[in-house]
Write a protein that binds this ligand. Structure first.
Ligand SMILES: [Zn+2]
Ligand SMILES: [Zn+2]
Length: 280
């Protein structure tokens, strides 16, 4: 199994970090978890053009995690030789969101259908949207996936994915604070991918920006670096992979983030730029 951090950014715009999205590859499947800003560029860089995406899994419907889903849908459609439906799995509300996206894309779809005979023959964009909840299980090829509840309130429902293949287990959490659902998902996982914030830096930056109060609000529904490390220890995971850096890591700043996590977790800690990957 190979896990690539396609985008390590957050809603905060960054010149170097794409929005949150992670690629999980196993059993010749290419599973995209979340689809943030510039995900298609990063898919290319990871050697996985959109037609190869087997399925999209969404942890929640916050804009930073879905902002370029439309690009994945359109590019996969027009670049695929055959009309292969794209399965999209997400929390309750995903159908409504995708219906809105398709409405936004309908004019473009019309232009392309009018222009390309073979696309027209295949009948347009094809999506299979599955709304899923904690306790559900499904498979993408030979990759088993179970759905777990997370806590990112007031955003609800939010979910995470425990992904297993050939004895390797990856837990992909999305935005959440530590909670029972998260602990169950991460139990003894080989890899635990967690979106994190630096509470100390958010508190330091808040007085300096005009939207400071809004900035402070984000502390209460994300795991801090330390909380992610504590979850990793509590759940006995082997490797902690941090992503969704709020704020973006300054050049050369990785060691400081690493040290904060290492205070609470003695296993392997992965922290790096977009396209950092782990493999087992
Ligand atoms: Zn987020
Ligand atoms: Zn979120």
């Amino acid at each position: 199994m190979k896990i690539t951090l396609l985008g390590t950014g957050s809603p905060l715009p960054s010149a170097t970090c794409a929005g949150p999205s992670t690629l999980v590859q196993a059993d010749n499947q290419h599973i995209l978890v979340d689809a943030g800003r510039s995900v298609v560029m990063r898919l290319l860089a990871a050697g996985c053009p959109p037609p190869f995406v087997s399925a999209v899994l969404l942890t929640h419907l916050h804009s930073d995690h879905i902002s370029d889903l439309n690009d994945v849908i359109t590019t996969r459609w027009i670049a695929s030789p055959a009309a292969t439906p794209l399965p999209i799995y997400g929390p309750i509300g995903t159908k409504k969101m995708v219906e809105g996206l398709l409405a936004m894309l309908s004019q473009d779809e019309g232009y392309r259908l009018a222009h390309h005979t073979d696309l027209r023959a295949a009948g347009g964009m094809k999506l299979e949207v599955h709304e899923i909840e904690a306790g559900h299980t499904f498979a993408i090829g030979g990759v088993s996936i179970s759905v777990h509840s997370t806590d990112h309130r007031p955003v609800a429902p939010t979910i995470g994915f425990r992904i297993e293949h050939a004895g390797t287990v990856a837990a992909l959490a999305g935005d959440t604070i530590p909670c029972e659902g998260l602990y169950g998902m991460c139990k003894d996982a080989d890899f635990y991918v967690q979106t994190v914030i630096r509470e100390d830096q958010v508190r330091a930056l808040a007085p300096l920006v005009p939207t400071g109060a809004r900035f402070l609000d984000i502390i209460d529904y994300h795991s801090t670096v330390q909380q992610a490390a504590q979850t990793a220890t509590k759940c006995g995971v082997k490797t902690l992979v941090l992503t969704h850096f709020v704020p973006a890591i300054q050049p050369g700043g990785e060691a400081e983030w690493h040290a904060m996590a290492a205070e609470f977790f003695t296993g392997e800690i992965i922290i790096g730029p977009d396209l950092t990957f782990v493999e087992k």
